[in-house]
Design a protein around this ligand. Structure first.
Ligand code: ATP
Length: 450
């Protein structure tokens, strides 16, 4: 099963409406995808779970939702204009273009051009005149907009160190080789949190966040044996980083980065602050003559101003999506020599929480009752509940196994006559009778147990 697991996941995603390639009716765009009806639910559930863990379950992190467009000043000061590039080579034999570190074995060294730097940012301009002074970028990471809002958030919330600002949103990179389904896209989403700390505490909080993030991934159902930590070698660190640990995951195409946790030092706030000379900025930053704010923090005890260090856990929604599907996907042989595909998703991630299935699609009383049950369960606010009125119970179970619906509730004559429904569990396929009097309680209990 291992060899073509990616194909199986890709096929399930298309067949059941998780992911579609953008503009497939025009031949598709490489590295750009759309979430279908179930994909949008799963992606939203992943993001919600991250937001819960990063903001609601803590008291030291604030949320933000900034613009996607960013001015040239931002990305000039951040170093992206100068250094956010990958070396690119062309193969004269096959005519294809590759990132220099990703050339496939079938290309011979002598056929490759010298590596050239290729900036990954998408450039545009603001307003009707493109005279070189109106350049803007689609942000290549959400982080910079967090840094430029540091003072706004600090002043409006009166936070003390350590504290964080979190944001989920789109990022754009003109990747040289976008491939491996949604693993490397040109438009993707990041879940990023910048944690501002006293410089003397940076290493302690770096270790702390590596541990916290590992726990979160395990809570999303990823298998421990598919996760590992990689301490990025010094010569491969990004220009802003003192140390980075990547959470690596065994994707179907190989072990690659799922999340990066970087110690960005005082590089970012130091780059975007005015009056740089007033602070002891340890990172090597570009002179800033345009910023209008000091991005510093006044220590409550010593009254001294300092530029905090930043610890950044940064994860991709699509890589989370792919890893979660990969670990949830199962093919099971059943007793009657048939096979079923099951997505054993954690309940909080399932796109559909409950399918209510009328046994007969043309019996009005049964269908009406199913709709009533759905509406009453909706009040529990557990997520999407759908009425599956196909009239084919076997097919409905198969579909909901494949999309990871934890519970199917079947409505039949017993429901009308005896007030009883049948619960079917996705993982065990066990069926139990439940009285409508206990319905809500039963559902609450099932969904409390993560
Ligand atoms: P890679 O080395 O794989 O290109 P990166 O080190 O450039 O990744 P970061 O800049 O650290 O990635 O971005 C943080 C996170 O954003 C990554 O861990 C990943 O989950 C996600 N991410 C980055 N680039 C992409 C992309 N092109 N498509 C999908 N997700 C991405």
């Amino acid at each position: 099963m291992k060899e073509n697991k990616m194909e199986k996941i890709t096929s399930l995603c298309k067949r059941r409406g998780f992911i579609f390639q953008t503009a497939d009716i025009y031949g598709g765009m490489q590295g750009v995808y759309d979430y279908g009806p179930l994909g949008v639910e799963l992606a939203n559930n992943i993001k919600q779970s991250w937001w819960q863990a990063m903001i609601y379950q803590r008291d030291d992190i604030e949320g933000l939702d900034s613009s996607i467009l960013g001015s040239q000043d931002i990305f000039s000061q951040s170093g992206h204009e100068d250094t956010f590039s990958d070396p690119m080579v062309d193969c004269k034999s096959c005519g294809e273009r590759f990132r220099a570190d990703q050339v496939p074995d079938y290309c011979k060294k002598e056929d490759l051009t010298e590596p050239r730097d290729f900036n990954l940012m998408f450039k545009t301009n603001i307003g009707p005149v493109d005279d070189g002074t109106s350049t803007a970028y689609l942000r290549p990471e959400t982080a910079q907009h967090i840094f430029i809002n540091f003072k706004n958030v600090l002043d409006s919330t009166s936070r003390t160190l350590p504290f964080g600002i979190a944001q989920i949103g789109k990022a754009f990179r003109n990747e040289i080789t976008a491939r491996n389904f949604i693993f490397r896209k040109r438009e993707f989403e990041q879940m990023e949190m910048e944690y501002f700390v006293d410089p003397k505490d940076d290493e302690k909080f770096h270790s702390y966040w590596i541990e916290e993030r590992m726990k979160w991934w395990l809570n999303q159902g990823l298998k421990e044996e598919n996760l590992e930590l990689l301490s990025v070698p010094k010569n491969e660190l990004s220009h802003y980083s003192k140390a980075t640990t990547d959470i690596m995951y065994k994707f179907p195409h190989g072990t690659e980065e799922l999340e990066g946790i970087a110690n960005r030092t005082d590089f970012d706030l130091g780059s975007h602050t005015k009056s740089q000379e007033e602070f002891k900025i340890r990172a090597k930053v570009k002179t800033n003559n345009t910023s209008k704010a000091k991005l510093a923090y006044q220590d409550k005890v010593s009254n001294e101003w300092l530029i905090p260090y930043v610890i950044e856990p940064s994860a991709g929604v699509e890589r989370a999506f792919l890893a979660i599907l990969n670990d949830a996907y199962k093919e099971e042989e059943l007793e009657n020599n048939t096979k079923r595909i099951v997505l054993s998703l954690k309940k909080h991630l399932s796109p559909v929480k409950i399918a209510v299935i009328p046994l007969k699609k043309n019996v009005e009383d049964i269908v009406k009752k199913a709709i009533e049950i759905k509406n009453s369960l909706l009040n529990l606010n557990i997520g999407r509940i759908s009425v599956e009125n196909t009239g084919n119970i076997g097919k409905s179970y198969r579909k909901h196994d494949e999309i990871g619906t934890p519970i199917c509730i079947t409505v039949d004559y017993d429901t009308i006559e005896k007030n009883m429904v049948t619960f079917r569990d996705r993982d065990t396929m066990e069926q139990t009778s439940v009285s409508l009097d206990n319905l809500e309680q039963e559902v609450i209990e099932i969904f409390q147990d993560k």
